[in-house]
Design a protein around this ligand. Structure first.
Ligand code: 13P
Length: 262
């Protein structure tokens, strides 16, 4: 089964609620004029938590998904400042980023915490987007594969809805994009790890690349057979740029390139 390209915008701590809503409205307006886009690719916006509900309202009938950037296990409780996966779902999101390197680094999230969040997201009916990737130090020590395998080890034995985003930490927000073939190699390693764990269900999981993705570089990553889409920070903040990424992703869709003779 071909995996449909998936383009996810991670807005991090950018955009006010009105700015987020205005972006979503304009995106919806443009997609409305692009017949059949939703057969070519999936698009998800991950705004700040206060904008989730508003984006859900604006995008509900468009086919564009809404995702949160984080969530914690549990439903409700005495946990000042926390937002549960359950409440994320209630706010209209169907997706949730988990284990982004900024959460690991700035908020001290460990693999154990991240594993619990993946399971909680799945239990709440969300599709977790598990972010993995090595730091510059780990890369120069030749530890990339071991780090990525370890970060995937948080997954349980039972298959669940999941996306994995390979984001080398040194490529995030730096303008340094990884070499597409090297990304393809690591994405293939992710795939092997998933199928080893989950069998054919692991083959259905989409593996994305993230880290300074732009309209100039996206095509090169999507040309890798093991890369199914992108998780985009900076280049997702301006609609014209994000729109270009969506057009490029659509061109990479399997249904946009039927085998000759089909
Ligand atoms: P940039 O695209 O800004 O490098 O951010 C990548 C990222 O962290 C997406 O989650």
């Amino acid at each position: 089964v071909p995996r449909r390209p998936l383009l996810i915008a991670n807005w991090k701590m950018y955009k006010t609620v009105p700015e987020s809503t205005a972006f979503a409205r304009e995106l919806a307006r443009r997609l409305d004029e692009w017949t059949g886009w939703d057969e070519l690719l999936d698009v998800v916006l991950c705004p700040t938590a206060p904008a989730l509900w508003s984006l859900h309202r604006v995008l509900a009938r468009t086919g564009v998904g809404v995702g949160a950037q984080d969530g914690v296990p549990g439903t409700e409780g005495a946990m000042t400042g926390a937002l549960s996966m359950y409440l994320v779902r209630e706010a209209g999101a169907a997706w949730c980023l988990v284990g982004h390197s900024e959460r690991r680094r700035l908020f001290g999230e460990t693999d154990a915490v991240i594993g619990a969040k993946v399971a909680a997201a799945q239990a709440a009916g969300l599709c977790p987007v598990l972010c993995v990737g090595e730091t510059a130090e780990e890369r120069s020590a030749g530890a990339t594969d071991a780090v990525v395998r370890r970060q995937l080890d948080v997954l349980g034995d039972e298959p669940g809805s999941l996306v994995v985003a390979y984001e080398p930490v040194w490529a995030i927000g730096t303008g340094l994009t990884a070499d597409p073939e090297e990304v393809g190699r690591v994405a293939a390693l992710v795939r092997t790890s998933l199928t080893g764990r989950w069998g054919t269900a692991g083959g259905a999981v989409r593996v994305l690349y993230g880290g300074s993705v732009s309209a100039a570089t996206l095509g090169g990553f999507l040309a890798q057979p093991s890369v199914d889409g992108a998780l985009v920070g900076g280049a997702s903040l301006r609609l014209d740029e994000f729109w270009r990424l969506a057009r490029i992703a659509a061109e990479a869709a399997p249904s946009a390139n039927p085998p000759s003779g089909a």
